[in-house]
Write a protein that binds this ligand. Structure first.
Ligand code: F6R
Length: 609
């Protein structure tokens, strides 16, 4: 949800700002802008399009400067347009912002009464005028930003530069991610590390309420009350390759094919042994899991689907009651708190505003047994929980989540086995059998990826469809949900998912020759039930696309297309069955010519409510 970059350097910062924006474009991409100080004068460029459009404008003007701020936007207040694009300016002072200011209307009214003129519909312009108002009162720029930030309600990561003050840039954060980069030639700040690898690996994660001044010869950080504070420097181990496309056409394709490695990395700790240890979730995990009576999983989107799969595992294998809630619902619902419940939050980014707020809500209700399953170690969500498991998927840049999902499932499978163990429900034999299957997962996933050519052919037929129906049963129903979400989000084909047994209770009315029905059909304990549901579809002329295991025994016939997956993979079968659905949506989107990695209206890291 928007990305910001700030730079002050002995070198020209324009290429640094633009390259930073390119790396942050996954966070929002409906408009982009930058402001630099050139001979103490403010120069602003904005484009109602992609970073490439902004770069072309900067090129045309041969823009060069030693200090500047930049922004790539995902619109919240006001349509995507040049007028609403950041930076926003108040009489020589420029601001970029990621987040949402909840009290902006009240501040806007106050500042309008003082004579400030607003030219956009954004909440961010309020920040620019508010800081300017403080400057007009005679405050120094750092203090003006700090005191203005204290008046803001909501979430922000901001970068500020000001005309006639070209020796420094000021940044501040609360709720939205922001880190500093300590370089050889200057100081930088950005929404994530990937934007800064071009200039430095030395980063400083700012905490909520921090305000920092960046100068050529160093930096200083203060708390919101003005007290100076030290924050440690971390040397990022993020590899530049991890964020480059390499041989692939799209990040989504790259990330789908990285799944064997991502799973192997995530499961590295079980590589050598035949026993599962709850300690992989933290030193206190054995004790916490032993005292847990229920599990409440909270997440959004794809991460929510991972939670739904885990419910089947936790109840059937660990014998623990489990409920799964969409974060944006849970946080506003009056629920019955239970201190013996383990609250598990799942998030790729660790910054999703709804998930973070739902976690805080659960804690405020006295539920302090908390576990984060997350792909970003230093994220806000990880910092809020007592226990944590970091998936090692590597950076996920494509907006549609793929490798994060399968590694979340791997983590949740480990959680299930750990809970089964502490509850005395795991025999040594079962433990060893499950762990062997988990260790073999990367190879099994690689085998499924070999089916790509057949899936590509299916995708050709899908691309002309307006609608699609996804069916699954049991622990594969969430996989059908995930397949439908992937298809709609990147190919814009309307897709619905149903538990196959629900079909006859309504959705069967939709089935006709134009409605392809995709069935997730593993050879599990529900396969015969699923086959009956598929008969119901065929009897109404619906065309079936079935992802069947070697043992599912569904014959191919007119209107029934079968894709043969490998042998049934038991408990972990959902991990394999989601792969062809990811590939199907990817190839359908390719045929349709959509922007696979940056689907319309969406962005990664949903840091707004
Ligand atoms: C779908 C997708 C989203 C995210 C959701 C939660 O492909 O990526 O549905 O899963 O926004 O994001 P995280 O996992 O970062 O909390």
């Amino acid at each position: 949800m928007c990305g910001i970059v700030t730079a002050i350097s002995t070198q020209n910062v324009v290429p640094v700002l633009l390259e930073g924006l390119r790396k942050l474009e996954y966070r929002g991409y409906d408009s982009a802008g930058l402001a630099v100080l050139y001979n103490n004068d403010l120069v602003r460029l904005r484009a109602a399009g992609r970073v490439a459009d902004l770069a072309a404008m900067a090129d045309e003007r041969s823009l060069a400067a030693n200090i500047g701020i930049a922004h790539t936007r995902w619109a919240t207040h006001g349509e995507p347009s040049e007028r609403n694009a950041h930076p926003h300016i108040s009489d020589g002072l420029a601001v970029v912002h990621n987040g949402i200011i909840e009290n902006y209307e009240e501040i806007r009214e106050r500042l309008t009464a003082k004579g400030f003129k607003f030219t956009s519909e954004t909440d961010t312009e309020t920040i620019a005028h508010l800081v300017k108002d403080k400057l007009n009162e005679g405050l120094d720029l750092f203090e003006a930003v700090r005191l203005a930030a204290n008046e803001l309600e909501g979430a922000y990561a901001i970068g500020v530069v000001c005309e006639n003050d070209s020796t420094r840039a000021i940044v501040a954060r609360k709720g939205s991610p922001l880190l500093l980069g300590v370089g050889e030639e200057g100081m930088y700040a950005a929404s994530d590390t990937s934007a800064l690898l071009q200039v430095t690996r030395k980063v400083i994660y700012l905490e909520d309420g921090d305000v920092a001044e960046l100068k050529l010869d160093g930096y200083r950080i203060c708390l919101s009350d003005g007290t100076p504070v030290e924050r440690g420097i971390t040397v990022s181990s993020l590899s530049a390759d991890a964020i480059e496309l390499g041989q692939y056409r799209h990040y989504m394709q790259k990330e789908i094919f990285e799944q064997p490695q991502a799973l192997a990395n995530t499961l590295e700790m079980i590589a050598g042994g035949n026993v599962v240890s709850p300690q992989v979730f933290g030193a206190q995990a054995g004790e916490v899991l032993g005292a847990t009576r229920r599990v409440l999983i909270i997440a959004c989107g794809t991460s929510f689907h991972a939670g739904l799969v885990a419910r089947y595992w936790l109840e059937s294998i660990a014998g623990i009651p489990c409920s799964v809630e969409i974060a944006s619902e849970y946080r506003y619902r009056t629920s019955v708190p239970d201190p013996d419940t383990l609250v598990v939050v799942i998030s790729q980014s660790g910054e999703t505003a709804d998930t973070l707020a739902a976690l805080k809500h659960a804690k405020s209700l006295g539920m302090n047994k908390t576990l984060a399953i997350c792909n970003v170690p230093e994220s806000a969500i990880v910092r809020e929980t007592a226990l944590r498991f970091i998936t090692r998927a590597g950076p996920e840049i494509g907006v549609a989540s793929t490798k994060a999902f399968t590694t979340q499932l791997a983590a949740l499978a480990l959680l299930t086995l750990s809970m089964a163990k502490v509850n005395g429900r795991l025999t040594e034999e079962d433990e060893s059998r499950y762990l062997t299957a988990m260790r073999h997962l990367p190879v099994a996933v690689a085998k499924v990826l070999e089916l790509e050519p057949e899936i590509e052919q299916w995708a050709q037929r899908f691309a002309s469809k307006q609608h699609a129906l996804f069916l699954g049963r049991g622990r594969h129903w969430p996989i059908a949900m995930e397949g439908a979400l992937k298809l709609k989000e990147i190919s814009y084909i309307h897709a619905e998912s149903y538990a196959a047994g629900e079909l006859k209770h309504g959705p069967l009315a939709l089935v006709d020759r134009d409605m392809p029905v995709i069935a997730v059909a593993p050879a599990d304990e529900l396969i015969e039930k699923l086959k009956s549901n598929l008969q119901e579809v065929r009897a109404r002329g619906g065309e079936l696309y079935v992802f069947a295991d070697a043992g599912s025994e569904i014959p191919e016939s007119d209107g029934v297309h079968i894709l043969h997956m490998p042998e049934h993979y038991g408990m972990l079968s959902p991990v394999l069955h989601v792969i062809p659905l990811q590939l199907l949506s990817y190839h359908a989107a390719l045929v349709k010519g959509t922007d696979v990695d940056k689907p319309r209206n969406l962005a990664k890291s949903v840091t707004v409510e």
